[in-house]
Design a protein around this ligand. Structure first.
Ligand SMILES: [Zn+2]
Ligand SMILES: [Zn+2]
Length: 104
């Protein structure tokens, strides 16, 4: 176990681009002051890119698929699976099960 005040620059490997990057003593101190026990997984460049992706609505990928009902193009936020029908947004409104009706 390391005591306080023993921070040294460390070299970590970015999990995104695989490049080595420095986890400096100052950053380690900052992490420790925040109570963060995990070391950063990404280099500063990839961290900024990931942050931008999150700000832009998340790392969610959109996939194009063929609508099961009308045969039109459906854009879905998940990878389409062959055993699950995919619907375009307008068909999804019609086919989704047990849609609550506004009238009681
Ligand atoms: Zn990187
Ligand atoms: Zn459709």
């Amino acid at each position: 176990m390391e005591g306080p005040g023993t921070y040294e620059d460390r070299e970590l490997t970015c999990r995104d681009c695989g490049m080595p990057f420095a986890f400096t003593a100052g950053e380690q101190l900052f992490y420790a002051s925040k109570g963060l026990l995990n070391v950063p997984q990404r280099c500063p460049g990839c961290r900024a890119a990931a942050k931008r992706a999150r700000a832009a609505g998340g790392p969610r990928e959109l996939h194009a698929a063929v609508c099961h009902a009308c045969g039109g193009q459906a854009i879905v936020p998940f990878a389409p699976r062959p055993d699950k029908p995919v619907y375009c947004s307008s068909c999804f409104e019609r086919v989704r099960p047990s849609a609550p009706l506004p009238s009681a």
